[in-house]
Design a protein around this ligand. Structure first.
Ligand code: PCA
Length: 325
């Protein structure tokens, strides 16, 4: 009897091991931004929560700083199934579909509250496009408001003529062009080097990225233009998703919901802190002059009408829904 019991226990243990091995799955999750950035830390917590709640049946491992795939490669890597999951800046995906560029339209949504409204109203359209590409949205988290970094003081758009401007998507390239600056696309991970070597002299970005890259070593001025709050999103490949059992899917969705909530709270909590850090490290932080603001507003109008031409009725419908909210 005792021997039989022992045997039964052994069989049960072996069976559970086998099932663990059968379902154990490792997901690599590429991220473009530095490990200490709150987006990456939030993703790492999300990954750890999933790994823990599934008892390792699904282990998610994050790869920050573009170490596995660079920012510009991540979306395609997930779409083509090279990796099951990854994080990408939404507004950089205009080539995939114009709807993604709604996320960086100057002065459409300039506060966290409005950014959330824009997220809610643009989400169904984004999800439809993602679905058609074999992807699913898990969560999205904003960057703090975007301001203008420059090595010299800027009082109007005219001061930007000929300035080497680091762009992170098509919208920031276009903005540079409309100011008469010269845009170059550079990943956040390569920013310090670009500024150190003079390849870039200016950019529009959050206090967060300036802080991460110790931008004060090269740049003196930051103007708090509050032009927009772009978001990163985490997407998953639908084939990879389809292979998970229902329990694990539930764990992932729950962890994603928490990551989204925590990420928004963190971004808002840190927004002012980042500005303080820029100032504490010797940068001059101020609002834009009236002229600069007026110039940016008019550039924003141009960019919005250009975008509406591309995004058509569907784009207009989202903007209308956002404005009504
Ligand atoms: N930082 C990212 C995108 C937006 C932001 O605030 C970057 O500069 O690449």
């Amino acid at each position: 009897m005792r021997i039989q019991t022992k045997f039964a226990v052994t069989v049960a243990v072996l069976a559970s091991l086998v099932s663990t091995f059968a379902y154990a799955e490792k997901w690599d999750m590429p991220l473009a931004y530095s490990a200490t950035n709150y987006h990456s830390e939030n993703a790492a917590k999300f990954a750890a929560a999933v790994t823990e709640a599934t008892g390792g049946e699904l282990e998610i491992v994050t790869h920050p700083s573009g170490s596995l795939y660079k920012g510009g490669e991540i979306f395609r890597a997930v779409r083509t199934g090279q990796v099951p999951i990854g994080e990408r800046l939404i507004s950089a995906l205009g080539n995939e579909d114009p709807i993604f560029e709604i996320d960086a339209l100057p002065f459409l949504a300039t506060s966290f509250e409005d950014a959330m409204k824009l997220y809610k109203t643009s989400k169904p359209a984004m999800e439809k496009v993602l679905d058609s590409k074999g992807l699913m949205l898990l969560y999205a988290v904003p960057w703090p408001p975007q301001g203008l970094y420059n090595i010299n003081p800027v009082n109007s758009a005219a001061d930007m003529k000929g300035v080497k401007f680091r762009a992170y998507n098509a919208a920031t390239s276009r903005l540079a062009e409309l100011m008469g600056a010269v845009p170059t696309k550079i990943e956040a991970a390569e920013l310090s080097q670009a500024f150190a070597t003079g390849v870039a002299e200016s950019m529009i970005s959050s206090g967060s990225t300036g802080y991460d890259r110790k931008i004060w070593e090269h740049v003196k001025y930051w103007y708090d233009v509050q032009a927009w709050l772009p978001k990163n999103m985490v997407v998953v490949n639908k084939d990879s998703w389809g292979k998970l059992n229902e329990e694990i899917k539930g764990v992932l969705l729950e962890a994603a919901e928490k990551a989204e909530k925590d990420g928004w709270a963190k971004a808002e909590e840190l927004a002012n802190w980042y500005k303080e850090q820029l100032a504490a490290n010797g940068m001059e932080i101020s609002g834009p002059s009236d002229q600069l603001r007026t110039d940016f507003m008019s550039i924003g109008d141009t960019m919005t009408s250009e975008w509406l031409e591309k995004a058509g009725e569907e784009g207009q419908t989202v903007i209308d829904a956002y404005k009504k909210m």
